[in-house]
Ligand binder design. Structure first.
Ligand code: C5P
Length: 238
């Protein structure tokens, strides 16, 4: 079966052994993996090198946010690992995003490599209205997502991480070449876990997502390979 780069499987595991076992089971059915805080803090750069040696694409999802200088330097170091996508929090602001983008691209030019795609996280897909209201923003979730996506674009980001529910509005606001990576994707009948603003893989792509991130519906499935292949065949032709 042909691999679909639009499907990114989240390797949310506490050890590299468990992540590698999952990769072995998925074999050729998945070409793009997301390494998040749990696995990266446990397994470090070794797991990134392993994924790259296996010929996989890597989205390193560490959601950085700090002063602009710190984030710019940290993102540069992470780009040297050969990652294909990196991200930061858009609420870190215009200057933080701008300096991170400039630093990563300058370092890649010096190395003679393509820079990784840089994404900004808008509003976490686990946030519902009650939790969002606690933060006292003047915008609704939908308005805040668009405001942050537009800011990210202006600051030089390649795209955003957002809920599939907001993908269509982001596409409209940010134009056709902007990457929209959507977690909170649940195949029909799958458990929601702690996600709130979810959609099916097909709906996410039809709404304008360029990539879908799927974790537990694949990694916790009895037959992981069958679960990944089912999503790949579901999205074929969409
Ligand atoms: O298991 P599940 O499919 O919910 O995994 C979704 C993955 O996407 C998790 O690794 C989570 O950290 C990540 N993520 C998210 N919402 C965001 C950004 C990343 O759920 N806004």
């Amino acid at each position: 079966m042909e691999c679909d780069d639009r499907l990114i499987v989240a390797l949310d595991f506490p050890t590299s052994e468990e992540a590698k076992e999952c990769m072995r089971e998925l074999g050729e059915s998945v070409s793009y993996y997301k390494v998040g805080m749990e696995l990266y803090y446990a397994a470090g750069n070794e797991i990134i090198s392993f994924l790259k040696q296996e010929g996989k694409k890597v989205f390193l999802d560490l959601k950085l946010q700090d002063i602009p200088n710190t984030v710019a330097h940290a993102m540069t170091v992470l780009s040297f690992l050969g990652t294909d996508m990196l991200n930061l929090h858009a609420i870190g602001g215009r200057k933080m995003m701008f300096e991170a983008a400039a630093a990563v691209r300058e370092a890649s030019v010096k190395e003679g490599k393509n820079p990784p795609k840089l994404l900004a996280v808008t509003v976490l897909t686990s946030m519902d209205k009650t939790q969002f209201d606690d933060l006292n923003y003047k915008n609704t979730i939908a308005e805040q997502v668009i405001a942050l996506a537009s800011l990210a674009k202006e600051a030089g980001m390649d795209g955003v991480v957002a809920s599939p529910k907001e993908a269509a509005a982001i596409r409209k606001a940010c134009g056709k070449d902007f990457l929209i990576v959507t977690p909170g994707v649940r195949p029909v009948g799958a458990a929601l876990d702690d996600q709130s603003r979810v959609a099916t893989p097909v709906a996410a792509l039809k709404n304008g997502a360029t990539h879908i991130v799927v974790g537990r519906p694949v990694t916790k499935a009895e037959n992981r390979r069958a679960a990944a292949e089912a999503i790949a065949s579901e999205i074929k032709g969409v």
